[in-house]
Ligand binder design. Structure first.
Ligand SMILES: Nc1ncnc2c1ncn2[C@@H]1O[C@H](COP(=O)(O)OP(=O)(O)OP(=O)(O)O)[C@@H](O)[C@H]1O
Ligand SMILES: [Mg+2]
Length: 254
């Protein structure tokens, strides 16, 4: 069963839609099955954030269709989209999107209060996540008083606290050192395997991508190619590097 289907998604910021031109997205189609663990890679400016924002309903496609769990999200009103997102998606955005006036802990538990799920073991849940991601000591600090990596991990906790069916993350390890990055990917792997969470993450990091089971490569707003991890022993990491070498661009400079 497909949990997400995108058909011919095109995005033009501002100006007019032109066929075969330099739109941010030029007709991207993709299907994601329930329980898939997918990375999206591509050069800077290739449209990864634009795609993820459209798939998560944060931004609107200029053209194209997006179905999530069988529902056409392009037909949702703003409010319907907000509710759907809150109930089904865990989103980690590239710029974290933490609220400045709330502590890291308050930021992280916010989705539960909005969802009115404040009753049972919120405290345990936040403690477990914050301790796992090594930001428990920072829980009472405000975003501007902690490092970028700590903000990023708090944003991850906020996205994960509701145990979302689908996780969509934009460069979730971009500000993390290799140890924290590995920890984050192991957590993704755990929820993918144990809870069958569907994960879609944008990343520049080949090592992080190698934890995934499938990598989509996009270039100039178009789907370029994709690879899947095979069963048994194989060097998925090197296959990812090979694809990046072919696709070119500034992928490895970030
Ligand atoms: N709000 C915006 N208004 C106008 N153009 C935009 C806007 N956001 C992105 N773009 C343009 O759309 C294209 C795709 O941008 P996008 O942010 O999706 O790239 P990306 O692949 O996420 O890049 P990066 O790896 O640097 O994060 C780029 O050419 C970018 O300049
Ligand atoms: Mg981006």
């Amino acid at each position: 069963m497909y949990v997400l289907q995108a058909e011919n998604v095109t995005k033009v910021y501002g100006g007019r839609l032109e066929v075969n031109s330099n739109n941010a997205l030029n007709g991207i189609s993709l299907n994601i099955e329930d329980g898939e663990f997918t990375a999206i890679m591509g050069p800077s400016g290739s449209g990864k954030t634009t795609l993820l924002n459209i798939l998560s309903g944060i931004d609107e496609a200029t053209r194209g269709k997006i179905k999530i769990m069988g529902k056409d999200i392009t037909k949702f009103t703003r409010d319907e989209m907000a509710i759907f997102r809150r109930e089904n998606l865990g989103i980690i955005s590239q710029d974290f999107n933490l609220l400045d006036d709330l502590t890291l802990e308050e930021n992280a538990v916010l989705p539960l209060f909005i969802k009115d799920d404040s009753s049972e073991n919120v405290k345990d849940r936040v403690e477990e996540l914050f301790k796992f991601f090594n930001i428990w000591e920072q829980r009472n600090k405000y975003p501007h008083n902690v490092s970028g990596g700590q903000q990023q991990r708090a944003a991850a906790c906020r996205a994960l606290i509701t145990n979302p069916k689908i996780v969509m993350a934009d460069e979730p390890t971009g500000n993390l050192d290799s140890k924290a990055s590995t920890k984050f990917m192991k957590y993704m792997q755990m929820i993918n395997e144990n809870r069958n969470s569907t994960i879609i993450m944008v990343t520049h990091d080949s090592y992080a991508a190698s934890f995934c089971k499938r990598v989509l490569f996009i270039k100039d707003g178009k789907m370029y190619t994709e690879i899947r991890k095979k069963e048994g022993k194989e060097d998925f990491f090197n296959r990812i590097l090979d694809c990046l070498a072919i696709i070119g661009g500034e992928v490895d400079e970030v």
